[in-house]
Design a protein around this ligand. Structure first.
Ligand code: AHR
Length: 311
C-alpha cells in the first residue's frame, strides 16, 4: 500500500478522533440498507466521525463526494464503487493529498493498485460459482418443462458493477459443465425489486419455456416473484429461482418455497472496515485483500436461520 499519513499523529486529528468520508452506492437493495447501517453503527460505537454520502447509484455523484472529502481533509476515505472503471483520476487526487483510500464491498479497475490501501468484501466470482454449482447439481429437478433443456433467464446487477460482472462470470463457468443448461436471456434489473419485476415481466411475455431465474440479488428475485405470480405461475415450482445476498426478505421467500436457493453475501462490513481504517492510519501493514466469510442456504437452512437473522 501507499503511505497513509505524513503527519506525526497518524491516528487522526489533534484530539485523536478519526474522520472517515464514506461514499456509498445508494439504497438500491435490502443488502445495501444493512451495509449502511453496519457502517454507521460501528463508526458511532467506535467514536469515528463519519461523513456519509449516498450517490443514488450515480458514479458522478460518488466522484463528487470523494472530491469533497479530499477538500475537507478527512483522515481516511472509504467507498463502495458504483461501477468498476473511471475512478483513476479522483483516486490520484486522494493520493496526492495524502489521504488513504479503502475499498469496501466492490472492486475498482485502476491501472495503479497503490491508489488504494486494501479491498474488503466478498468474492463475487465464488458467489456466482456457488449458484452455478447448485443448478448443475439440481439440473434434473430444474427442467420444469421437461423438454430436456434448462432455460435460464438472468437478472443482472448494475451494468459495469463488480458484482454483476463477477457473478455472471462465475455462474457461466460452472453451468458450462452441463450442456442442457442454457442462459436464454440476460438483462440488468439494476439490483432493485422494481427493476427485477419489470425485466421478468418482459421475459415472461416473450418466452413461455423459462425453467430457472438466476437473479444477481434477492431484491431482483423478489421482484421476479411478483411478476411470476402476476402471470399466474407459482414461483419456486413452475419456475425455479436462485438469488444472492440472503437478506431477511429473501430468506423468508426461501423458507416459503418461492426461492429455491440463496448464496450468501455478507453486508455487515462495518467492524472490519473500521479496524482496517485504524490500522492504516497507525501505519500498520494491512493485507491487499480481505475476503468476507459466507455460505449458502437451502430451504431447510433458511427456516432454521430466520429467527436469528438480523437483516
Ligand atoms: O455489491 C453488493 C451488491 O450490491 C449486493 O449483492 C446487492 O444487493 C447490492 O445492491
Amino acid at each position: 500500500g501507499s503511505e497513509a499519513d505524513s503527519g506525526s499523529d497518524s491516528s487522526g486529528n489533534d484530539d485523536g478522533t478519526i474522520t472517515m468520508g464514506f461514499a456509498q452506492v445508494g439504497a438500491e437493495s435490502g443488502w445495501r440498507t444493512a451495509n449502511t447501517k453496519s457502517i454507521q453503527e460501528t463508526a458511532e460505537a467506535e467514536g469515528i466521525e463519519l461523513k456519509f454520502n449516498d450517490a443514488q447509484g450515480k458514479q458522478e455523484n460518488q466522484i463528487q463526494a470523494i472530491r469533497s472529502y479530499i477538500q475537507q481533509k478527512v483522515d481516511v476515505i472509504a467507498f463502495s464503487p458504483v461501477v468498476e472503471t473511471g475512478f483513476d483520476a479522483v483516486l490520484q487526487e486522494a493520493k496526492a493529498a495524502g489521504i488513504p483510500v479503502i475499498l469496501t464491498d466492490r472492486a475498482v479497475d485502476v491501472e495503479d493498485p497503490s491508489l488504494y490501501e486494501t479491498f474488503l468484501g466478498s468474492d463475487f466470482v465464488l458467489e456466482g460459482e456457488r449458484a452455478g454449482d447448485w443448478l448443475v447439481e439440481n439440473a434434473k429437478d430444474s427442467d420444469v418443462n421437461g423438454d430436456g433443456t434448462i432455460n435460464v433467464v438472468q437478472l443482472e446487477g448494475t451494468t459495469g458493477a463488480a458484482p454483476a460482472i463477477d457473478r455472471a462470470e462465475g455462474f457461466a463457468s460452472k453451468i458450462s459443465a452441463d450442456d442442457s443448461i442454457e442462459v436464454t436471456a440476460s438483462q440488468t434489473g439494476e439490483f432493485t425489486r422494481d427493476g427485477g419485476k419489470q425485466v421478468m415481466e418482459s421475459f415472461l411475455q416473450s418466452d413461455d419455456s423459462i425453467d430457472v431465474v438466476f437473479a444477481h440479488n434477492d431484491d431482483m428475485g423478489l421482484g421476479a416473484i411478483e411478476a411470476i405470480e402476476a402471470a399466474g405461475l407459482e414461483p419456486g415450482k413452475d419456475i425455479k429461482i436462485i438469488t444472492i445476498d440472503a437478506v431477511k426478505d429473501g430468506m423468508t421467500a426461501l423458507a416459503d418455497g418461492k426461492i429455491n436457493f440463496i448464496v450468501e453475501c455478507n453486508p455487515l462490513l462495518g467492524p472490519q472496515l473500521m479496524d482496517l481504517a485504524k490500522k492504516v492510519l497507525d501505519g500498520e501493514e494491512v493485507p491487499e485483500r480481505v475476503v468476507t466469510d459466507e455460505g449458502t442456504f437451502t430451504q431447510e437452512q433458511a427456516i432454521e436461520a430466520l429467527p436469528q437473522r438480523q437483516y
